[in-house]
Design a protein around this ligand. Sequence first.
Ligand SMILES: [Zn+2]
Length: 106
Amino acid sequence: MSGGGGAGLMRETKWLRFEEQAGGMSNVQIVCPECGSEYGHIREVFTRMGEDAAEAVVYKGTVARGTVEGERRSAVAVVFDGECGHAWELRIQQHKGTNWIDVGPA
Ligand SMILES: [Zn+2]
């Protein structure tokens, strides 16, 4: 069951695990989107460039690598190596003034 209600927000995904505590949700754990393993290591962080030359920037402390299709602004990419053998990329993407996280292949 998805639980429904609210604004249609999901409380769990294949790659995020919410640790509920009294008074509301607290810690959020990033897990492998392939197998759910919780053991992994951050490999690198970089900027994926947006398509709009005026809006896309390289975020401070990162280097530019690759692009994000269909997005004007750049995304921050964090690559994880799971101890399970899978690797994945978590992205923080600004879209129309709001910020979203998603995962994809590394
Ligand atoms: Zn895995």
